[in-house]
Design a protein around this ligand. Structure first.
Ligand code: CU
Ligand code: ZN
Length: 165
């Protein structure tokens, strides 16, 4: 019985452990803002499971993207560059046919300014290649993303930023 369990455990690990690549972005507020939290990434086959836990937001929807550069050093996070767009698409709704790879579903904060969200992102990777998001950044914006205005959905100032590590 014990050896059978060990075999099962080893089999689970050979699947789960091979897929176990993960990363996290710790988001800090930009100058004059209060939004902060964590965004966790777990590779699951060809897509990435993203888990978001943010606080300090204005209630309501906020644009939310992976930006090209892993640099949150500017007080307004403009150092993070534009949306990560390795496929040369226009900005758009991640549920639609054409959008930046970095376009993510909006974060919707509750009346207390908290937002939790879990979704599948990609195809993308945490392990190299043109769709690798490690070393890039996650940005939360002040306003809603209209998923239409170019190049960034008119979602306003960058209120929180964190490098994906
Ligand atoms: Cu953005
Ligand atoms: Zn975009």
């Amino acid at each position: 019985m014990r050896s059978a369990l060990a075999i099962v455990a080893a089999a689970l690990c050979s699947t789960a452990c091979a897929q176990g690549t993960s990363a996290v972005a710790t988001l800090a507020p930009t100058a004059g803002n209060s939004a902060a939290g964590t965004v966790s990434f777990a590779q699951q086959g060809e897509t990435i499971l993203v888990t978001v836990d943010m606080t300090g937001l204005k209630p309501g929807p906020h644009g939310f993207h992976v930006h090209e550069k892993g640099d949150c050093s500017a007080p307004d996070a403009t150092s993070a560059g534009g949306h990560f767009n390795p496929t040369g698409q226009p900005h758009g709704d991640p549920k639609g046919a054409s959008h930046h790879l970095g376009d993510m579903p909006m974060l919707v904060a509750d009346a207390s300014g908290n937002a939790k969200l879990k979704f599948e992102f990609g195809p993308a990777t945490l392990r190299g290649g043109p769709y690798d998001i490690v070393g890039r950044s996650v940005v939360v914006h002040a306003d809603a993303d209209d998923f239409r205005t170019q190049p960034a959905g008119n979602s306003g100032a960058r209120i929180a930023c964190g490098v994906i590590k």
